[in-house]
Design a protein around this ligand. Structure first.
Ligand code: LLP
Length: 426
């Protein structure tokens, strides 16, 4: 990760704290977040887009400390459940800077959002239009964005490509669904249609899909102006900005994104005679991903007669389902070992009862790797903890944060007692 540096004795330092010490103190698997890295990434987005609203996508990872950091850096928050919304509100996150998403918002979620006075709700289906409008009291309409599907395929895996036709989110621009939804929303006095939203996909490393989205959304803004005489003031391009998991990976940094999108937006708006709308972006992975590292302890090393080596660690697909779900690739580094000795290709596998529970295939790890050694997986801050499961009752890992050479526990390890505490019958 950007923040992990070699330390004495082959240790890895994150935020000035050695991972070996962190593992000794809090046990493994352990996720360590670098507060300074989260903050500097959040700041980089704000600096690159000073006239835009940057909303951190909570689904990448959220806890109270994260909500504090994001709030203090002046960003907004994108939430998509009552859980994310309640946690943010309880942490004191300003509701006006919260945006609620979701293709299946429950009546309770919408009521909660309205009661807390969230800044924006993203309309994802026709049935939501009268439901949200009915919650708004006469004087203060609810500000909404309309989620549209521009028909653009982008993202690291088909499961995360939400900009294409034939998937569950939003209203297609092609075919007229989006235009129909605009007309319906404008007919509701309880709703204030601020603009259009799209989210193309995740782990996108190229600007081209965003530029295509700008073209299609600005054309729709112009069509709305022509038909209804209304210029919508906001344009939300969602998240999806890619990070570097492997040394050769591309990444979409805030400055490159801002330059390309800013130029294209200005051009297209000028061509249509529109004022440039206020841009909204929702980076999740690009803020949280590189700021986290997962630390595991090796529990067993197995050699097979056909020349394979497996290093089994004390976590796996329950704390990081991404390799099993999407075939995602990661780096892995030994902790507390100098990097100079001979290595051997190793499959780093988890402890769960599936052959597909492989974290990293073919990693070059020390030839004498043995049980008790520590391994670190960088770029682990996004979509790992937030997608962690209770599989095999292993328990979700502990989460610690580092700042200025100090480490503190944010979330304790989940135990079987947590599971049993929820059992209310037998
Ligand atoms: N906005 C909306 C409406 C989204 O649906 C998402 C992600 C984001 C923003 C943030 O996207 P990001 O900047 O983090 O790429 N579990 C998958 C990723 C799913 C992303 C879902 N939506 C993975 O681990 O790759």
């Amino acid at each position: 990760p950007a923040s992990a540096r070699p330390g004495p004795g082959g240790d890895l330092l994150i935020g000035g704290v050695g991972l070996a010490e962190a593992a000794d103190r809090f046990g493994t698997p352990l996720y360590v977040l670098d507060e300074a890295e989260v903050r500097s990434r959040a700041r980089a987005w704000r600096r690159a887009l000073p006239h835009a609203d940057v909303h951190y996508a909570a689904k990448a990872f959220l806890c109270s400390a994260m909500a504090d950091w994001i709030a203090e850096e002046g960003l907004g928050l994108d939430v998509c459940s009552a859980g994310e919304l309640r946690l943010a509100a309880a942490a004191g996150f300003p509701a006006q800077r919260i945006l609620l998403h979701g293709n299946a918002k429950s009546p309770e979620e919408l009521r909660l959002a309205r009661r807390l006075r969230v800044g924006r709700i993203v309309v994802d289906g026709l049935s939501e239009i009268p439901r949200i409008a009915a919650l708004a009291d006469a004087g203060t309409p609810q500000r909404v964005l309309l989620r549209v599907v521009p028909g653009i395929a982008a993202g690291h895996h088909s499961a995360v490509r939400t900009g294409t036709d034939g998937q569950k989110f939003g209203f297609r621009i092609a075919g007229g669904d989006a235009a129909e939804a605009v007309a319906r929303i404008l007919g509701q006095p309880g709703l204030d249609l601020a603009g259009l939203h799209c989210h193309l996909g995740s782990q996108i490393t190229d600007t081209a899909p965003y530029l295509a989205a700008v073209d299609r959304l600005v054309a729709l803004l112009a069509a709305v102006r022509d038909r209804h005489g209304r210029e919508l003031p906001e344009l939300d391009l969602g998240g999806g900005h890619g990070i570097r998991y492997l040394p050769g990976d591309g990444e979409l940094d805030p400055a490159r994104f801002a330059r390309a999108v800013g130029t294209r937006l200005a051009e297209r708006c000028a061509a249509h005679g529109l004022a440039v709308p206020r841009l909204i972006v929702e980076p999740g992975r690009a803020i949280a991903g590189p700021a986290g590292v997962a630390v595991y302890r090796v529990l067993s090393v197995k050699h097979t007669a056909d020349g394979r080596r497996f290093a089994a660690v004390d976590g796996g697909m329950s704390d990081n389902p991404r390799p099993a779900l999407y075939g995602s690739a990661y780096q892995v580094r030994p902790v507390g070992r100098s990097g100079t000795g001979p290595t051997a290709p190793t499959d780093v596998v988890g402890r769960h009862c599936e052959a597909g529970d492989v974290l990293v295939r073919g990693a070059a790890l020390p030839a004498d790797l043995r049980a008790g050694d520590l391994l670190a997986v960088p770029a682990a801050g996004a979509y790992q903890l937030s997608m962690a499961s209770g599989y095999n009752l292993v328990g979700r890992p502990a989460v610690a944060a580092v700042r200025d050479g100090r480490i503190r526990l944010l979330i304790r390890r989940e135990t079987v007692e947590d599971f049993r505490a929820r059992e209310v019958g037998r």
